[in-house]
Structures are given as structure tokens and as C-alpha cells.
Design a protein around this ligand. Sequence first.
Ligand code: NDP
Length: 299
Amino acid sequence: MSGPRRRRVTVLGLGAMGRALASALLAAGHPTTVWNRTPGRSAALAEAGAEVAGSVAEAVAAGELLVVCLLDDDVTRRVLDRAAPVLAGRTVVNLTNGTPERARRLAEWLTERGARHVGGGIMAVPSMIGQPGSLVLYSGARDAFLDWRDTLAAFGEARWLGTDPGRAAVHDLALLAAMYGMFGGFLHATAMIRAAGVPAGEFAPMVTGWLTAMLGALPAMAAAVDSDTHDADGSSLRMQAASFGNLLAACRDLGVDAGLVRPVRDLLDEAVARGHGEEGLSVLVGLLHTGGTHRPAPG
Ligand code: NDP
């Protein structure tokens, strides 16, 4: 007895991530068509059962769901432009990394052409796709997301963030900011430790343990930001600004560029100068706002 007919999915873009997404769809049994600008990236996918389209328009016409995973917003728009006449009736799930504002503009453009838009943010590397721990964020057209949620589950946990088309993108970019802050800190720390003659591998367990311990502070810091009450909890900004001076002095002595960490010292100094010396780190969040476009986020 055959099961229900599975609707065809098209994947546009077969870079490292697009190939992982297409593989996951095929592994989950979804009929899949693929397209890539440069031919020759689809051999393994074709072997696994993918149809390889010869043009963007052909690929878009083949799938009811379009999963887009290209380099950036500009490329995405240029590629979709070439298939504009056949977009009507399709759901476009754009997993390309991009800005919230560009996601909103793409959603409008697609809606004008009779297509539904769901913006996404992939919080995984290609080897994690379809594996436990893979998380993909989505926002935009709720009915389209619900319609395709079971299919999207092939990539990993599918987490819905609301109807603002840019909401997945802002979460994606904020999480990347947190990740780069951590990696930046690790890279700087490792440069210091190597300059002191210690192998990075010897230091790694120590820095991992320290960062893991510090992670426990984040929920309380978030609560402090939301309630705008910034207790120092034993670690005042005045004290931290003083130790940061030592950190920069040691970098000078070790011959290590302090460019990755100096902005944090500058922010600490500014906070102390503004009278926040006896408060905690969470107060710095308010100093970072510069008054750019900020949209309320519908659910
Ligand atoms: P790759 O660089 O491996 O692939 C880029 C893709 O974009 C290829 O399909 C490439 O086609 C296509 N492309 C680039 N320029 C053009 C163009 N001018 N016209 C048409 N197609 C073009 O990147 P990834 O696959 O790794 O990443 C894709 C997206 O996924 C990015 O937005 C990235 O930020 C996001 N992402 C990636 C992660 C990762 O760890 N890899 C993690 C999370 C998100 P061609 O083969 O012809 O060059």
C-alpha cells in the first residue's frame, strides 16, 4: 500500500549547506529537484535520487516548496528574479543568511508575485543538518510554515518565531554575534597563551571550563536587562575596568594585538564615566543602542 503523495521540493543553491539540505530531504524521502549556478555539484545528489534542473525557471516550476540557500541577499534576489513568472502558488523558504530588512523586502516582492515567504536562519553547520542538535529558525507566512513544517523537519528542529518576515534573520544574526564574541575571545586568549609559551591544546580544557562556568550567568544578566536593574553581584564595573587595564598591558608586553578585546574596555570605561561603576555588566546593553530602526516584533 502506498502512502500519501509527497509534494516535490526544489533546492536552489548547492554550496556546502545547500547540498546538506538536499541530502536531508532525499534521506527523508521527499521528491527533490536541485539547481546550482555552476554545474557539477549535483552528482552525488542525482545518485541519491534528485532531479537536476537545467535552469532556475525549470527548478522553480518543478517544486511546490522552494528551499533557497545561496550566498547572500543579492544573489538570492537575482536568482529568484530569473524565475519570477513561475513563482505564483509556491512557498519560498529562504535559508540564505541575510538582514531582517532584506527579508521583509523579499517577502513583499514574493507576495506581489503570488508566492508565500518564510524566512529562515540555520543554526548548524552542514554536517549537523538532519542530526540531533540542528536548529533552524523560521518566521513569516504562518500558514506556509505550518503547511510545510513536517518537510522542514528533515533539516532539524524547526522553530517558529512569528509573522515578522525579518524575525528569523535578526535572531540568526544575534546568535552569530554571540558566537563570534565567544570565538573572538577564544582566539585572543589563545594568542596570549601562545605568546607566553603555552601550547593551545594545553590551554583548551581550561578555557572551555571557564566559558562553561560563565555561561551560567547569562539568564540572570538577561533578567537584569529586562528589568533594568543592574546589580553588580560582587563584580562591579569599576573593578572590571581596572582589571581590563591589566589585560591590555599584558597584551602589549606579550606582543599581542588587543583589537578583539579593546572595544569591551572602551565600553566599560564609558559606563564608569557615566556613573555606572557600582553596577553590573548588564548595564552595557543599554549603552550599545544607537537609535537605529527598531521594529516591534509581532508574534
Ligand atoms: P557556499 O559558498 O558553499 O555556497 C554558495 C552558494 O551560492 C553556491 O550554490 C553558489 O553557487 C551560490 N552563488 C554564489 N554566488 C552566486 C551568483 N552570483 N549566482 C548564483 N549562485 C551563486 O556557501 P554555503 O552553502 O556554506 O552557505 C549558503 C548559505 O547558508 C549562506 O547564506 C550561509 O551564510 C548559510 N549558512 C551556512 C553555514 C555553513 O556553515 N556553511 C551555516 C549556516 C548558514 P556556485 O556553486 O555556482 O558558486
